[in-house]
Design a protein around this ligand. Structure first.
Ligand SMILES: [Zn+2]
Length: 167
């Protein structure tokens, strides 16, 4: 029984080492015969050299796995970076309105200087120009500035929805 056990274990151990050697051979750039290495493990003293070679090759495989995980991390970072413009993009509306507002102020100032030159509005260029976007309900006289609408979450509570459910 004991002898059978040792023989089986020995055979299984050898088979296992051979499988690992084959995988190591496939997993690294190293060019060696998995069979030669497995046979080498059977020879006393010589097998120490093959065990050392085996551990070196295994490390190379582990290094490759590490570089794979590094690559995966870079990939994840990359995907996160791709997501970023979308989250930062929640402010694009505000920015877009700001650009329009600035352009409008510029045009109005041009018009004002012309009015002043023509004598239609005295001292027009001295005035401060402010632009406010007004949102009005088509059903009732409710009016709300865009900023206000963003703050409360609706334009007209009665006619244009109440998304946030603040009743
Ligand atoms: Zn309304």
């Amino acid at each position: 029984m004991v002898i059978f056990f040792i023989i089986t274990l020995g055979f299984y151990g050898l088979w296992w080492m051979h499988q690992v050697n084959k995988q190591v051979a496939a997993g690294t750039d190293e060019n060696f015969s998995p069979l030669m290495r497995t046979i080498g493990l059977l020879i006393p003293i010589i097998n120490l050299y093959f065990l050392w070679k085996f551990s070196m090759s295994s490390e190379a495989v582990v290094d490759q796995m590490a570089s794979w995980s590094t690559m995966r991390r870079h990939l994840v970072d990359c995907l996160d970076a791709e997501k970023e413009p979308r989250t930062a993009g929640t402010d694009w509306e505000r920015e877009s309105v700001d650009i329009a507002r600035r352009q409008l102020v510029e045009k109005v100032n041009d018009a004002l200087s012309s009015y002043e030159t023509k004598g239609e509005i005295a001292g027009a260029t001295g005035a401060d120009v402010s632009v406010q976007v007004q949102l009005s309900c088509p059903e009732c006289p409710t009016r709300r500035s865009l900023t206000d609408a963003i703050a409360v979450g609706y334009v007209c509570r009665d006619h244009l929805g109440n998304i946030r459910g603040t009743e």
